[in-house]
Ligand binder design. Structure first.
Ligand code: DOR
Length: 445
C-alpha cells in the first residue's frame, strides 16, 4: 500500500494555520499531527518551507470532450488542472452533444474514467424540454444542474420561464445558473451593430453584456429560488450591484442561495481590453476596477461563497476572429490558485479564506464525499505550495491543448510544488505523473 509522510509543513485548513505532519496510507489521510513516526516502507516528503492546502474543487470547468476536442479534452485539461492544484472538477454540459441526458452524462463518466488526471464529476444541462431526464437523475452521482439563462458557447440557452420554474421545483440538486439577460444582450448588440457594423471593438463587450444584463438575470434566478425553495448557486458574479442579492450573515450550511466568482473577474478589469483584446473576452464580461474590487471585498464578507476557474479554452485562431464571431472564454485552470494567492494579501483576504472558497465551500454546497478538507479519513487530495519559488508563465509551460494563456509573461510569487491526488504524488518538479489517477466524485445526498 502507498504510504507517504509529509513532514514539518504549514497546514492551512478550516481557518487554522498549524505546523504539522500529514501521514497518508493508500488513498486517504490517516493522521495529521506533530512528530508522526514512520516505518521503513514510508516515503518521506520534506515539507519545510512549504504550505499544504486541500486540493481545489473547481466546480466550473469546460474540458470540451466530447465534440469540441480541437479546443481541449479531458486528458489535456485535467493535466493542466493538477499542475495548477485543482484536484477535483465539475465539468459543464456545453460539449457536443450537449450533456442534457443521463446517457450523455454516463458517456462523459466513461471518458473521464479512462483519461482524467483529476477527480471528476459532471453537471447535467437543463433545457426547455428535458425535465424528464432531470427527474431521473441519481443525485448521488451527478454534481448538479447547469442552466444557461443567458446564451454562451454551445447554444444551451434555456429561456422558457415555465420550463425553468419546473426545473427549480423538480430537483433538490444545486442549480448552477449562468445569469445574463438575453434580451438586454440582444438589444445592446443591435445598438453596437448600428454604430460599428460588423467591426464592433472588443472594448464594447462589457457594455453589451453589461451590469443590467447580469443583475436582471441574477435577480430573476434568486427570486425564483426564493419562490420555489430551490438550491441555487449563481455562477461567475461579475458586478458589484449583483452582490446585493446575496446574504452574508447566514451560515453556509443554512444558505439555499449561494454565489460564485471566477479568478478572471478577480484579476482583470476593462483597462486590460487594450492590452489583451479578445483573449479576455468572457461571458459574463470583465467589468470595471470598482466591480473587481467589490468582488474581492465580497469574498471576505461571505457574500461570495465559491471561487472557480470557469476554465474555457478556445483555439487562438478562434479567439482572433472579429468580435461577433469570437468565442468567449479562456484557459485558466493551471493558474487559478496562483493568481488568487498573488492578490489576496493586497485585498486583505487571507489564504485561509481562499482555501474556504476553493475547497471547503464547494465540498459543503455540493455535498462532496470526503474531499475539500484536510481531515483524517478523507481522501489525500493535497497541494503543496512553495512561496519561495516564483512561477513565470511561458507558452512552453502551458499544458492546455489550445497552447495559450491570458497570463503569458506574468510572474507569480508562488509555485505549485507538488499535487497529491488520492494519496499519489501526481505533479512535482513541474511534471505531471504519466498515469491518470482521477476518480469519480460521489456525493453525500
Ligand atoms: O466565457 C464563457 N465561456 N462563458 C461561458 O459561460 C461559457 C464558456 C465556454 O464554454 O466557452
Amino acid at each position: 500500500m502507498n504510504k507517504l509522510l509529509i513532514k514539518d509543513i504549514v497546514l492551512i485548513n478550516e481557518g487554522i494555520r498549524t505546523a504539522s505532519d500529514i501521514y497518508i496510507e493508500g488513498e486517504f489521510i490517516k493522521k495529521i499531527g506533530v512528530n508522526i513516526k514512520s516505518d521503513n516502507d514510508v516515503k518521506i516528503i520534506d515539507g519545510k518551507g512549504h504550505i499544504a492546502i486541500p486540493g481545489m474543487i473547481d466546480d466550473q470547468v469546460h474540458f470540451r470532450q466530447p465534440g469540441l476536442t480541437h479546443k481541449g479534452d479531458i486528458r489535456s485539461e485535467s493535466k493542466a488542472a493538477i499542475a495548477g492544484g485543482v484536484t477535483s472538477y465539475f465539468e459543464m454540459p456545453n460539449t457536443f452533444p450537449n450533456t442534457t441526458s443521463i446517457k450523455e452524462f454516463e458517456n462523459k463518466i466513461k471518458i473521464a474514467s479512462d483519461n482524467s488526471f483529476a477527480n471528476f464529476s459532471f453537471m447535467l444541462g437543463g433545457t426547455n424540454d428535458n425535465i424528464n431526464e432531470i427527474k431521473r437523475i441519481d443525485e448521488k452521482q451527478v454534481a448538479g444542474i447547469k442552466l444557461f439563462l443567458g446564451s454562451s458557447t454551445g447554444k444551451m440557452l434555456i429561456d422558457d420561464k415555465i420550463s425553468i420554474e419546473n426545473i427549480f421545483k423538480s430537483t433538490s440538486l444545486p442549480i448552477s445558473a449562468h445569469c445574463e439577460d438575453e434580451q438586454t444582450i440582444k438589444d445592446n448588440t443591435e445598438h453596437y451593430k448600428r454604430l460599428y457594423g460588423e467591426d464592433i471593438p472588443i472594448s464594447a463587450h462589457p457594455e453589451i453584456r453589461n451590469e443590467d444584463a447580469c443583475y436582471k438575470s441574477s435577480n430573476f434566478a434568486v427570486n425564483l429560488a426564493k419562490k420555489t425553495g430551490a438550491r441555487l448557486n449563481v455562477f461567475h458574479i461579475s458586478t458589484a450591484i449583483e452582490l446585493d442579492l446575496f446574504d452574508s450573515k447566514v451560515d453556509l450550511n443554512d444558505k439555499k442561495i449561494t454565489s460564485e466568482v471566477c479568478a478572471h473577474h478577480l484579476w482583470f478589469t476593462d483597462d486590460d481590453y487594450n492590452r489583451l483584446g479578445s483573449k479576455i473576452k468572457w461571458n459574463p464580461a470583465i467589468k470595471s476596477k470598482d466591480d473587481r474590487d467589490a468582488l474581492w471585498q465580497a469574498i471576505n464578507d461571505n457574500k461570495i461563497d465559491i471561487i472557480a476557474s470557469d476554465h474555457a479554452p478556445h483555439t487562438i485562431e478562434e479567439k482572433n476572429n472579429k468580435y461577433l464571431n469570437c468565442p468567449s472564454g479562456g484557459p485558466m485552470v493551471q493558474h487559478t490558485i496562483l493568481s488568487l494567492l498573488q492578490n489576496c494579501e493586497k485585498y486583505g483576504v487571507s489564504i485561509e479564506k481562499i482555501v474556504e472558497k476553493i475547497a471547503h465551500n464547494p465540498a459543503i454546497i455540493f455535498k462532496v464525499n470526503k474531499r475539500g478538507f484536510l481531515r483524517e479519513g478523507y481522501y489525500a487530495d493535497i497541494v503543496l505550495i512553495d512561496s519561495n519559488t516564483p512561477t513565470l508563465v511561458t507558452q512552453e509551460s502551458l499544458l492546455y491543448k489550445c497552447g495559450w494563456s491570458p497570463f503569458e509573461g506574468q510572474k507569480f510569487d508562488n509555485s505549485i510544488h507538488k499535487t497529491i491526488l488520492n494519496g499519489n504524488v501526481v505533479y512535482e518538479n513541474g511534471k505531471v505523473n504519466a498515469i491518470p489517477y482521477g476518480k469519480k466524485i460521489t456525493f453525500n445526498r
